[in-house]
Design a protein around this ligand. Structure first.
Ligand code: GDP
Ligand code: IMO
Ligand code: MG
Length: 422
């Protein structure tokens, strides 16, 4: 048995939550391996919309174990809220959720530092979700962080106070920071988390692999927000790529199996930073309206543009993507033409490689158009993989360009709104 991986291939919000929820029946264990409450993974279950931030998207399947891995950063306040919401929907979270002792904790002061850092950047701001992600990972790599396992230690509160004073010192570099600590609620949530199962997920997953239990690792964000390979500095602070599964869960590279990449049939980005195929015209507006492109975590409008095959090929290469799930094609049901970026012109020459820094000038995406399918794709979810001809041509082109099969096509937000191709 191996650990299969599911990751976003663009700038996040590709529909990872929906596809994990659909695939969850095939797995015993679903694990988040990086990121934190900056993620918002939307799932529709029996007409209820739920947005998960920290908890893996397998939680609605009662036989599935859901693990928050060591690579994740946890805000106890958000996590308690998520758990309470799920419990109000009748989900048995206590028996199926496990948390790595090595996952790091987001303190209230991390969130203030995040906000102050963004404010100080002015118009160069990253567009962070302000959930404290960057400062928490900085404390992790700076070797100052507090971890979930520490909450059981008798000196936990003292260690919290030490880190808090450190943050107070750091905050002096920012002019008007307001440290309103929200500590009482945070400690209440820490007490709440003490009741949950804590594990060393490296051993747990090793044993699971030995027992041939199928495992899925669920990515957050997307490849283009990866700290190393994304559009730096407009990225998040973790490795969102397949390699992050090994460090974020404690599994060996040789244990990685299928890598399922999720891509929208167009492209979106929320926050600042380069987006070569962004549309500022009526098409962009239509994608935003018809795709309901507003952030699941912050509610911010998402920037919209055409699908970028140069960018997707880059993501596929870095991650060893073995199959693609294409989402939200249904959003373009009424479009006369469907456009894809199939090359970049870099200093006057055509290229299929992304330039080193997409923030710099000297390149532009070039495009190819396809005839629109002009019908309701969601009606095809029961046709055993049959799709309209013009949509089929578009899919064949994507598969041949990207050299990866697209066996899963999502045509609506609900769990069963899928076309499964052989
Ligand atoms: P994630 O962060 O990758 O899990 O994605 P989000 O949940 O942030 O955003 C995806 C949005 O698209 C959510 O509102 C989903 O309910 C919705 N969605 C997912 N797949 C489809 C699809 O195939 N068609 C349509 N119309 N909506 C979809
Ligand atoms: P999911 O898992 C889309 C973006 C933010 C910002 C940048 C840094 O739902 O796909 P951070 O809060 O990490 O400091 O923000 O990354 N971002 C996301 N964009 N989907 C996400 O997660 C994101 N998580 C972070 O908008 O541009
Ligand atoms: Mg999202």
């Amino acid at each position: 048995m191996a650990v299969d991986v599911l990751i976003g291939l663009q700038w996040g919000d590709e529909g990872k939550g929906k596809i994990v929820d659909f695939l969850a029946d095939r797995y015993d264990i679903i694990c988040r391996f990086q990121g934190g409450p900056n993620a918002g993974h939307t799932i529709y279950v029996n007409g209820n919309k739920v947005v998960l931030h920290t908890i893996p998207s397998g939680i609605f399947h009662s036989d599935t174990i859901n693990i928050i891995g060591n690579g994740v950063v946890i805000d106890p306040i958000t996590l308690r809220q998520e758990i309470l919401t799920l419990e109000s929907l009748g989900v048995n979270v206590r028996d199926t959720l496990m948390i790595s002792r090595k996952a790091h904790l987001i303190l209230p002061s991390h969130k203030y530092l995040d906000a102050a850092s963004e404010a100080a950047k002015g118009d160069k701001k990253i567009g962070s979700t302000l959930k404290g992600i960057g400062p928490t990972y900085m404390d992790k790599t700076g070797r100052n962080g507090l971890r979930v396992g520490d909450i059981m230690a008798s000196d936990f509160e003292q260690r919290y106070q030490e880190l808090k004073s450190r943050h107070r010192q750091l905050s002096k570099i920012y002019p008007d920071i307001d440290f309103d600590w929200a500590e009482d609620e945070w400690f209440e949530c820490i007490a709440f988390l003490r009741e949950f199962k804590k594990i060393d997920c490296e051993y747990y997953l090793h044993d699971a692999l030995q027992s041939n239990r199928p495992i899925l690792a669920e990515g957050a964000q997307g490849v283009m927000l990866d700290i190393d390979f994304g559009t730096y500095p407009f990225v998040t602070s973790s490795n969102t790529i397949t390699a992050g599964v090994c460090t974020g869960l404690g599994v060996a590279p040789s244990s990685i199996g299928e890598v399922i990449g999720i891509s929208k049939a167009y492209c979106t980005r929320v926050g600042s930073g380069p987006f070569p195929t962004e549309l500022f015209d009526e098409y962009g507006k239509q994608l935003q309206d018809l795709g309901n492109e507003f952030g699941a975590t912050t509610g911010r409008p998402r920037r919209c543009g055409w699908i970028d095959l140069v960018q997707l090929r880059y993501s596929i290469i870095i991650n060893g993507v073995s199959q693609i799930a294409l989402t939200k094609s249904d959003v373009m049901d009424h479009f006369d033409q469907i456009v894809v970026a199939d090359a970049y012109e870099v200093n006057g020459r055509s290229s299929k490689e992304l330039p080193y820094d997409l923030c710099m000038d000297g390149y532009r995406a070039t495009y190819k158009s396809f005839e629109g399918w002009k019908c309701d794709l969601s009606a095809y979810h029961k046709t055993h993989g049959t799709v309209p001809d013009s949509f089929g041509k578009y899919l064949n082109y994507l598969e041949s360009y990207l050299q990866v099969k697209i066996p899963i096509i999502s045509v609506g937000p609900e769990r069963d709104q899928l076309i499964l191709r052989k």
